[in-house]
Design a protein around this ligand. Structure first.
Ligand SMILES: CC(C)(COP(=O)(O)OP(=O)(O)OC[C@H]1O[C@@H](n2cnc3c(N)ncnc32)[C@H](O)[C@@H]1OP(=O)(O)O)[C@@H](O)C(=O)NCCC(=O)NCCS
Length: 187
C-alpha cells in the first residue's frame, strides 16, 4: 500500500482509480450523509465520473501532498472512510481545509480525532501550512467535537448554502473552526 501517513491505528493512502466502490458504499449510508445531503446517497455515476477523477487530478496538482486520503485500520486493513487536507481550488497552499467522512461501523472509537491530529501535525511540520480550517453544520456535534478536541478555535458562523437548506438543522447555519501553526505548536 502506498502510505501517505500512519497513526497508531490507521494508515492513510492515496485513492486509486479502482476505489469507486469504496466511495459509493461510504456515501450510500443515510447516517453518514445526514449532515451532508440530508441522508441521500451520492449517485454512483457521479462518484465514478466526477468525484474520483477529481480526487486523482488533485494529487497531480498538489504533488500527492494534499487532497483526499483513504483511511484503513492497520490491524485488519478494513477501509474506514476518508480524510481531507486540501486548499481551496484557487486558494493559497498554506491555508488548507481539514475534513473527514467515516463509515458508521468506525464511529465513536476516536479514529476521526486520531487521523485529524496526525494530519494537522504533518500539515504544520512538513507541508508548510500556516492555517487549517474546518467547517460543518452547527448541529453536527460529532464533527464539532473533533474540532474542539483538536483545540481549533471557533472563528465564525457561516450561512447555510442554498443546496443544503433542506437538511435537518440547517436553520442554525454552519460553523468554521481554525487553528494556526503557532497555536498548534503551543499545544
Ligand atoms: C463526524 C465523524 C467523523 C465522527 O467520527 P468519530 O471517529 O466517531 O469521532 P471520534 O471518535 O474521534 O470522536 C470525537 C469526539 O466527538 C464525540 N462524538 C462523536 N460522534 C458524536 C456525535 N454524533 N454526537 C456528539 N458527540 C460525538 C466523541 O464522543 C468524541 O469525544 P470524546 O472523545 O470526548 O468522547 C463521523 O461521525 C462521521 O464520519 N460522520 C458522517 C460524516 C460527517 O458528518 N462528517 C463531517 C462533515 S463536516
Amino acid at each position: 500500500m502506498d502510505t501517505y501517513l500512519e497513526t497508531e491505528r490507521l494508515a492513510l493512502r492515496h485513492f486509486t482509480a479502482d476505489d469507486a466502490d469504496l466511495l459509493i458504499e461510504l456515501d450510500s449510508d443515510p447516517a453518514v450523509m445526514r449532515y451532508l445531503s440530508g441522508g441521500t446517497p451520492t449517485a454512483p455515476e457521479l462518484i465514478r465520473e466526477r468525484y474520483l477523477p477529481n480526487i486523482l487530478g488533485q494529487y497531480e496538482k498538489w504533488g500527492g501532498n494534499l487532497g483526499l486520503f483513504a483511511a484503513h485500520k492497520k490491524d485488519d486493513g478494513a477501509f474506514i472512510g476518508w480524510f481531507i487536507l486540501r486548499p481551496e481550488p484557487e486558494g493559497p497552499l498554506d491555508e488548507v481545509e481539514l475534513g473527514y467522512r467515516l463509515r458508521r461501523a468506525a464511529w465513536g472509537k476516536g479514529y476521526a480525532t486520531e487521523g485529524s491530529r496526525a494530519l494537522l501535525d504533518k500539515a504544520f511540520r512538513q507541508l508548510g501550512v500556516r492555517m487549517v480550517w474546518a467547517e460543518t453544520m452547527a448541529v453536527n456535534h460529532g464533527s464539532r467535537n473533533i474540532m474542539k478536541k483538536l483545540e481549533m478555535t471557533l472563528a465564525d458562523t457561516i450561512p447555510t448554502p442554498p443546496d443544503m437548506e433542506m437538511i435537518e438543522g440547517s436553520q442554525h447555519g454552519g460553523v468554521r473552526y481554525e487553528i494556526t501553526k503557532e497555536q498548534w505548536e503551543q499545544q
